[in-house]
Design a protein around this ligand. Structure first.
Ligand code: UDX
Length: 434
């Protein structure tokens, strides 16, 4: 099939590359000329496992191409996937201006029957709103609108696409259903669940899934804090809970709090969409309230050992919001470092992939010193914070760290270490919930 992806962010690029890998002819469109120029050379602007192999491979075999031109990418396409950003607008409302800009451009160039699929995370009702919009601006076009939410987690996005837990499509015509089935046929054939529903349900499945996962995280973080008060160990508590198949062990790792471009944004958008209907999502509001102040737990652990943080040197290991990505959007590291700077601390930060991205997002980056290796960042530090669960941070040379640091405090925000080992190396240990 001929497929066009609009937007070459994490979702658009991964999905486009994977559809090409499944055998379709894919054109990826983006209005950012620089990005398209780099992609045409087979170079990925993002760090994502497997991308460096699949991107050049599919360009070479002629199934994947890139363009900035709607006139080139739309008329021939059977399916057009909209994968543009839907950032948080006022009061958390999802900002759909990029979606509508893309739909408007598509409308000008649609030729023959086409299915326009919204993959951008957009509130319940967006498919119907796009349909209405198209009726107004391009009533003569033969086009169906559908929803196909993405469930790709960064770092494992290619695997998530090629081995999905489920593919969900929200459609209102059998023509659109048939076209989407054909696009996903290689996955359906392998037995991955393909769920066909109405657009409103598909749209809500995405928000409800992300909110539920985020709720698990805030819940386990609250239990972790209570563990510290009563002498329990959250790792054991979470494992014991997770053995109950109704609960499951995933998304129960207590931490410094969740980050990333999706959870916070989507949760706020769901609350806002509820309010538009006069409905209050009380549990969803609570989960975001817990996460909003989560960074203070880390700051308070430092204060417990160092007292006033003014003039103290803090080594920060990890800027990405999780391991496996160079993305720092909504990373807890941003909030924690901001707070450290506000307290007058000197921050020495490191990350194997995300330093460049952090510098583009963090307004006070010039006040932070960056280093390539943990041991360099730890030089002269009063305390060391582990904020991202990178493999590189799982086997730190504790003796070498002890030699270069001034102080002896390690705050392990991802519970990578056992207290016994850290204390045996001469440090004071602060984990999460243990
Ligand atoms: C998420 C969803 O998983 C994905 O399905 C959706 O399409 C997009 O949003 P992503 O934001 O890439 O994906 O990251 P995810 O792996 O879900 O992690 C989100 C945050 O939760 C990270 O900050 C991570 O460190 C944190 N987390 C995750 C925990 O603190 N503990 C856990 O047990 C799991």
């Amino acid at each position: 099939m001929k497929i066009t992806m609009i937007g070459t962010g994490y979702v658009g690029l991964v999905t486009g590359v994977c559809f090409a890998e499944l055998g379709h002819m894919v054109t990826c469109l983006d209005i950012n000329e620089e990005k398209i120029a780099v992609l045409k050379k087979g170079v990925s602007p993002i760090y994502e496992a497997g991308m460096d192999e699949l991107l050049p491979k599919n360009i070479e075999v002629g199934r994947l191409s890139f363009t900035t031109s709607y006139a080139e990418a739309i008329p021939e396409a059977d399916l057009v996937f909209i994968c543009v950003q839907t950032p948080s607008g006022e009061y958390g409302k999802a900002n759909l201006s990029y979606v509508y800009a893309a739909v408007r451009e598509c409308a000008r160039h649609l030729d023959g029957y086409t299915v326009l699929i919204n993959k951008s995370t957009a509130p319940v009702g967006t498919v119907h709103a796009i349909k209405k919009f198209l009726k107004e601006v391009a009533p003569e076009k033969d086009c169906d609108v559908a929803s196909n939410p993405e469930f790709l987690a960064e770092g494992v996005a290619i695997k998530d696409f090629l081995e999905p837990d489920r593919v969900i499509v929200g459609v209102e015509s059998s023509r659109a259903e048939t076209a989407l089935k054909e696009a996903y046929f290689p996955l359906i054939e392998k037995g991955y669940p393909f769920l066909v529903t109405i657009p409103q349900s598909a749209e809500l499945m995405k928000y409800a899934s992300n909110s539920f996962l985020a709720m698990k995280l805030s819940f386990i973080n609250e239990v972790a804090d209570f563990c510290e008060l009563v002498g329990a160990d959250i790792k054991e508590v979470a494992y014991g809970m997770g053995l109950d198949k109704r609960i499951g062990t995933k998304y129960l790792q207590a931490s410094i709090g969740f980050g990333g471009s999706c959870f916070g944004k989507d949760v706020r958008a769901l609350i806002h969409r509820g309010e538009e209907e006069g409905y209050e999502f009380r549990m969803v509001k609570a989960l975001i309230a817990v996460n909003n102040v989560r960074y203070l737990t880390t700051i308070n652990k430092l204060k417990k050992h160092l007292g006033n943080l003014k003039g103290k040197t803090i080594a920060v290991l990890g800027l990405a919001y999780k391991a496996g990505t160079d993305d720092t959007r909504d990373s807890q590291s941003l909030r924690i470092i901001f707070e450290l700077l506000d307290h007058g601390a000197d921050v020495r930060a490191t990350d194997p992939k995300a330093i460049d991205h952090f510098k583009t997002l963090f307004p006070r980056a010039d006040e932070v010193n960056f280093f390539e290796k943990p041991q360099e960042a730890a030089q002269g530090a009063d305390a060391l914070l582990i904020l991202t669960e990178w493999d590189e941070y799982k086997n730190l040379d504790l003796t070498a760290l002890k030699n270069v640091m001034t102080g002896t405090v390690i705050v392990d925000g991802r519970n990578l270490y056992d207290r016994k080992n850290i204390e045996a190396a001469g440090f004071m240990y602060e984990g999460i919930g243990r």
